[in-house]
Design a protein around this ligand. Structure first.
Ligand SMILES: Cc1cc2nc3c(=O)[nH]c(=O)nc-3n(C[C@H](O)[C@H](O)[C@H](O)COP(=O)(O)O)c2cc1C
Length: 182
């Protein structure tokens, strides 16, 4: 017997929390630098598992699929995540190499959205990621079946909610090899 019913869903708070002060006049020129600034804030505020993402891909018929993963690495080469080549995401990325990924950090009321094409990392990088997994996590898996992918961001949105609904949305777009802000 549960206490929550469908009728009660609307009474559960959303966008609760407090956003840090954001100086819009001092935004970094690229989203990776800005991400690390926000990650510093998330760690200082003890956000639980700030590297957990929702990763969305599409299958060969264009049907979407989303799942929770951990981001492994973020730099100019892309936003890296890993998994078995024969997983649904591996099969979907092989037929349609593009994805979107989201972070949601509470109680900072901050979300980050990233989308773009996905490339497979070098075999050495995939093997290095596999080697970092615990012995238990490596069990029953062959390192050759393990793939590190990098989402090469074309658009990154930093969103900060506000109780008065004056939400802030900062969008970086990669156009002709240069990041621009809007
Ligand atoms: C917090 C969390 C972290 C996860 N990290 C990974 C990961 O790094 N790689 C992975 O393949 N699956 C990870 N999973 C499992 C995935 O959510 C998913 O079940 C699995 O990847 C299969 O997805 P797919 O069949 O769509 O490929 C994680 C799940 C959770 C809840």
């Amino acid at each position: 017997m549960t206490t929550v019913t469908a009728a009660k869903l609307r009474t559960i708070p959303s966008l609760s929390g407090t956003s840090p002060v954001l100086d819009l006049t001092r935004l970094p020129a690229d989203p990776v630098t800005f991400f690390y600034e926000w990650l510093d804030g998330a760690l200082a505020s003890q956000v639980a598992e700030p590297l957990a993402i929702t990763l969305a891909t599409v299958d060969a018929d264009g049907a979407p699929n989303a799942r929770t993963l951990i981001v492994k690495d973020i730099d100019d080469r892309g936003w890296a995540f890993a998994g078995p080549r024969e997983s649904a995401k591996g099969i979907e990325l092989a037929s349609h190499p593009a994805a979107a990924l989201n972070f949601w950090w509470q109680p900072l009321v901050r979300a980050i959205r990233v989308r773009g094409p996905v490339v497979e990392a070098s075999r050495a990088d995939s093997e290095a990621d596999f080697a970092l997994r615990s012995a238990a996590a490596r069990r029953d898996l062959d390192s050759r079946d393990w793939v590190l992918w990098r989402l090469q961001a074309e658009r990154v949105e930093f969103w900060q909610g506000s109780p008065d609904r004056q939400h802030i949305r900062i969008i970086y777009r990669f156009i002709d090899g240069v990041w621009s802000l809007s």
